[in-house]
Design a binder for this molecule. Structure first.
Ligand code: NAI
Length: 351
C-alpha cells in the first residue's frame, strides 16, 4: 500500500563539512515533516535506506496524528566538519532549496542550537529555543509525549484488563525525558511502578519520588507487571522478549518498538495488547508541528487529548477485523494517505 517511492535529495558541502540526504516519503497530506538525524553510515546508500525508512514512519505518524503534514526525514552522515554551525547552515540551505516541501526539526544527534543555525538559512524548521512563558507552542516536546502515552495506557488497560491505572503495576524501561514524566503521571494516578534504566541515579530518583521498585535493565520486560512501557531505545520487542513478557499490555514512548514486523502478530497471539508506538507517542510531533504552524499550547493540548480516543477506536476496529493493532495502525495510516486529496506543498506553511 505504498503511496509512492520516496524522493531523495542528496546534498553535500565540502567547505562546510556536511553531506547527507533528505527523503520525502509523502506530500499527500501536506509538507513532509520529520527530524534531522546525525548518525554514522558506511556509505550514502545506507544513509538513504535509513532516511527512507524513517520518512515512511513519519508519514504514518503524521497521518495518524491528524496533522496537515506528509512524511520526510533528513540524515546527515557523521562526522561533521569542525564548524558545526557552518554544517547546519549548509543543511539549512538544502532545506530551503526544497521551498517548503520538507520541514525539519531536531532528532537523534541534533540539538536546539543546531536548529537555530538551520533557521539562519530557512524558516522551514521547528524545535527552536522557546520562551516557556509564551502561549505559543514550542519547547521541549517530552511532556506532551508523556501525556499522550499516559492517556493511551489508560485506554489500553481498560480494553485488555477492564481496570483503571490505580489497579495496575507498570514496568517502565528508560527514565529519560519521557519515561520519568510518565512515571510522575502514573504515580499521581495511583499506579504501582517498577523501573529500569542504565543510569542508577535515574532509578534512585524514581524510587525516592514515587516509591518505584528498581529492576535490572535486562529483566524489565519480564517484571511482574500488568503493563510494559518501553521508553528507552527502539527494538525493545523481539520474539524472545515476547516469550518472556509477563505484561498483558505494551504501551510506551519508544520509537520502532517492534524489532521486526512479525512481533506484532506474536504479541497478539499471546493475547498481549500492543498500543502501536507511533500512535501513542505522537505528542512530540504534535508539539513540533504546532510550533511550525504558529499554533498555541491549547491547540497542542486538544490534539494530544485526541490520541487516546483514536487508539480506542483502533483497538475496536482491530478486534472486529481480527487484525493485530500494529498492522491495523499501518492500514489506517496508509488509507488516510492514499485517500488524501493531493495538497499543494506549501498549503500548510505559515505566512
Ligand atoms: P532520553 O534519551 O531522554 O531517555 C532515554 C533513557 O533510556 C535514558 O535515561 C537512558 O539512560 C535509558 N536507557 C538507554 N538504554 C537503556 C536500556 N537498555 N535499559 C533501560 N534504560 C535505557 O529519550 P526520551 O526523549 O525520553 O525518549 C525516549 C524514547 O521515546 C526514545 O525511543 C525516543 O525516540 C522516543 N520518543 C521521544 C519523544 C520525545 O518527545 N522526547 C517523542 C516520540 C518518541
Amino acid at each position: 500500500m505504498r503511496p509512492s517511492e520516496p524522493q531523495f535529495h542528496a546534498f553535500s558541502d565540502d567547505d562546510a563539512g556536511v553531506r547527507g540526504v533528505i527523503a520525502i516519503d509523502s506530500l499527500a497530506l501536506g509538507p513532509a515533516a520529520g527530524g534531522c538525524r546525525l548518525w554514522h553510515y558506511p556509505d550514502r546508500a545506507a544513509a538513504e535506506r535509513d532516511a527512507a525508512l524513517l520518512a515512511r514512519g513519519m508519514s504514518y505518524k503524521n497521518a495518524m496524528a491528524d496533522l496537515p503534514f506528509g512524511g520526510g526525514k533528513a540524515v546527515l552522515m557523521a562526522p561533521l566538519g569542525a564548524d558545526r554551525r557552518a554544517a547546519f547552515r549548509a543543511f539549512g540551505r538544502a532545506v530551503e532549496a526544497l521551498n517548503g516541501r520538507y520541514v525539519t526539526a531536531e532528532d537523534v544527534g541534533t540539538t536546539t542550537a543546531d536548529m537555530r543555525a538551520v533557521r539562519e538559512e530557512t524558516r522551514h524548521v521547528a524545535g527552536l529555543p522557546h520562551d516557556p512563558a509564551s502561549a505559543c507552542a514550542g519547547g521541549d516536546p517530552s511532556p506532551w509525549t508523556a501525556l499522550g502515552v499516559f492517556h493511551s495506557m489508560e485506554v489500553a488497560v481498560r480494553h485488555r484488563l477492564g481496570a483503571e491505572l490505580a489497579e495496575v503495576t507498570v514496568a517502565v524501561q528508560g527514565l529519560g525525558s519521557v519515561g520519568r514524566r510518565l512515571c510522575g503521571l502514573l504515580a499521581d494516578a495511583g499506579a504501582r511502578l517498577i523501573v529500569a534504566d542504565i543510569s542508577e541515579a535515574r532509578v534512585a530518583e524514581m524510587a525516592a519520588l514515587h516509591g518505584a521498585l528498581p529492576c535490572a535493565p535486562e529483566q524489565i520486560h519480564a517484571a511482574d507487571a500488568h503493563v510494559y512501557a518501553p521508553c528507552a531505545l527502539g527494538g525493545a520487542l523481539t520474539l524472545d522478549v515476547v516469550e518472556r513478557l509477563n505484561a498483558a499490555v505494551v504501551c510506551g514512548a519508544a520509537n520502532n518498538q517492534l524489532a521486526e514486523p512479525k512481533v506484532d502478530a506474536a504479541l497478539a497471539s499471546r493475547d498481549v495488547l500492543y498500543a502501536p508506538d507511533y500512535v501513542v507517542n505522537s505528542g512530540g510531533i504534535i508539539n513540533v508541528a504546532a510550533e511550525y504552524l504558529g499554533e498555541s499550547t491549547l491547540d497542542v493540548e486538544h490534539r494530544v487529548q485526541a490520541i487516546a480516543p483514536r487508539l480506542d477506536a483502533l483497538f475496536v476496529r482491530a478486534r472486529t477485523e481480527g487484525v493485530a493493532p500494529g498492522a491495523m495502525a499501518d492500514r489506517i495510516a496508509a488509507q488516510r494517505i492514499a485517500q488524501a486529496q493531493p495538497v499543494r506543498a506549501r498549503a500548510a506553511v505559515p505566512a
